[in-house]
Design a protein around this ligand. Structure first.
Ligand SMILES: Nc1nc2c(ncn2[C@@H]2O[C@H](COP(=O)(O)OP(=O)(O)O)[C@@H](O)[C@H]2O)c(=O)[nH]1
Ligand SMILES: [Mg+2]
Length: 209
């Protein structure tokens, strides 16, 4: 997979607006400031496809991108920005609830977790929501360049332990990524490819000999 051509489709605030093309979809989620926009821009080889936060927490829509005409990447609104008024926060959560409950095309979620913050309470809420909807996810430990090797190892271990409570739909151990150094991007692309590849043909039971 090249991930060579990504185009912005639309921003949606309600399910009626979600794209209806039926292409397989992967969503990217995470706390506001976890580094999602920066990671998406690097993953898609674009400088400014996803907006890197000038005003954190300002993206309230789900932004859909068509990639190589083959699949859709959904950039979910970052959660947990303190200065967002409560009522607005509620309505964003509703969009996410509906999206996870109704989006049949959704194959998996890539969840960004800032390596320095680990799995926060809000991340646990997100993980619970994913679990309730039976959605597989790949955790990404983001901004690994911010930590030296010892604290980094400790943080990854801690993250692993925190995710143990949510391992039912966990697809892989936390993937260490840095959008600065490019660490982890090859593996991330492999995960994307794997998620999009059609499920292996289910063999029926062997016929009696
Ligand atoms: N050192 C470092 N900084 C990063 C990395 N990814 C994002 N950032 C910075 O973290 C801040 C938030 O990034 P952004 O992509 O806007 O986060 P978002 O709110 O999750 O979309 C920005 O100042 C980025 O430059 C990374 O991998 N390493
Ligand atoms: Mg962003």
């Amino acid at each position: 997979m090249q991930l060579s051509h990504a185009e912005f489709m639309l921003g949606a605030v309600s399910p009626q607006q979600f794209p209806k093309e039926g292409l397989p979809e992967i969503a990217f989620a995470g706390r506001s400031n976890a580094g999602k926009s920066t990671l998406l821009n690097r993953l898609l080889n674009r400088k400014r496809l996803a907006r890197v936060s000038r005003t954190p927490g300002c993206t309230r829509e789900i932004n859909f991108f068509r990639v190589d005409g083959q699949w859709i990447l959904a950039d979910l609104p970052g959660y947990g920005y303190a200065k967002v008024p409560g009522s607005q926060r509620e309505s964003w959560n509703q969009v996410l609830d509906l999206y996870f409950a109704k989006r049949r095309e959704l194959r998996a979620v890539i969840l960004l977790l800032d390596i320095r913050r680990g799995v926060t309470e809000l991340d646990q809420r997100m993980l619970t929501l994913l679990g309730q909807n039976g959605l597989p996810y790949v955790p990404v430990a983001s901004k690994t360049d911010k930590l030296a090797s010892n604290p980094r190892r400790a943080a990854l271990q801690e993250m692993n332990q925190q995710l143990a409570a949510f391992r039912g739909n966990l697809l892989a151990a936390p993937l260490a990524c840095s959008s600065l150094s490019g660490e982890g991007f090859q593996e991330l692309r492999q995960h994307v490819m794997q998620i999009l590849s059609p499920p292996p043909h289910q063999e029926g039971p062997c016929p009696p000999a």
